[in-house]
Ligand binder design. Sequence first.
Ligand SMILES: Cc1cc2nc3c(=O)[nH]c(=O)nc-3n(C[C@H](O)[C@H](O)[C@H](O)COP(=O)(O)OP(=O)(O)OC[C@H]3O[C@@H](n4cnc5c(N)ncnc54)[C@H](O)[C@@H]3O)c2cc1C
Length: 374
Amino acid sequence: MRILVVGGGPAGLFFSLLAQRAVPDATVHVREQNPPGVTYGWGVAFSESAAAALRPAAPDVVDALTAGMSHEQMVLSLDGTGVAVNVGRSHLNARWSLLASLERIAREAGVRIEHDRAADVTEAELDEWDLVVAADGVNSRTRERFAEHLVPSDELGTNWLAWYGTPKPYPPSIILRNSEHGLLMSHASQFSAEMSNFTVEVGQETFDRLGFADMTEDDSRALCEELFAESLDGAPLQSNHSPWFRTKFLSCAHWTHRNLVLIGDALHTVHPSIGSGTRFAMRDAVYLIQAMAGSAWDVEVGLKEFERSRKPVADSFQAAAKRSIDWYEGLPGRTITHPTKFALEYLMRTGRVSYREFRRQNRDVVLGYERDLR
Ligand SMILES: Cc1cc2nc3c(=O)[nH]c(=O)nc-3n(C[C@H](O)[C@H](O)[C@H](O)COP(=O)(O)OP(=O)(O)OC[C@H]3O[C@@H](n4cnc5c(N)ncnc54)[C@H](O)[C@@H]3O)c2cc1C
């Protein structure tokens, strides 16, 4: 069995190591365009439930990804007033350490990983492999090349985001600031002993008013540092390939073409605001392995089974992400005045947490809010 995996992100690396373990004499070859250790972004969160869902497939991988920083609470802060709520445990890793762990374990399993190698898969190349797995991320070149067969569709978000890091230690936080320029939002969370994420998000009007479109990446970073100076307490913001971007909410009508299959962000996305894209991508890998193993690695049967079994679960997760996107994108047009109401809305925005559940986990917070309403 010869398997080509395009992209050495979480989806590609996790799939490759599971495939190599499942079929030890297979050739599993990963092509990654970046040099070793080079990636975008900062820290990524895994909820405890995400870890539990992935654990049966590879307990050693999940142990490696849950050994670092973890948090139980989250702080929702509105104009400097914070409300701490219990949200269940989440584990955080620097994206580069997560990839280094996955890569080390994949190599130990026997996977061959080539860096500095951008793949450009063609119809002719599909003939050279038994299975080609495209895990080349949200801007997947493979998806674009085979768009006629895969029929992708996407919707660009209306908010603008920039993913920075900062040495200030933040508990997982959503920070809202009503400013003269409009609503300023940030998602922050400490992911290592030294660093926290600090993702800035603004609506289109604020983006235009502040002139971000005409600024260099460094000028934008410096202005964000000023805008959030009170929260950052003098700590700097740092870039790691941190341009402004709008999220792409993407799905494909067809997931496969011949012996080619898409997984992870290349196939479908969720949204940074639900902090689950990595888990979503890695779960694709697990479903694909299960479908292939269940069909004795008959590629045609296995790929059909992958789409049949994974699609309903993935669609429901994407629907929750869409509700989160709509909530966030509605924020710049609203006035939010009560931090607990904001916390309540935030936690119930995807429809996955009910008021009753929130109240059970955060009795004192809710009682305080109900008192304020009287
Ligand atoms: C601001 C922000 C915050 C986020 N926070 C979280 C979080 O807290 N928790 C979470 O779970 N997720 C989070 N995510 C989402 C997460 O980063 C992605 O969903 C996840 O990385 C998807 O994994 P992937 O392997 O599918 O794609 P990627 O991680 O994008 O990996 C794709 C890989 O393919 C490579 N590649 C691309 N084209 C080619 C080519 N032609 N040839 C060879 N290689 C190629 C790329 O270099 C890359 O290494 C966040 C995303 C953003 C933008």
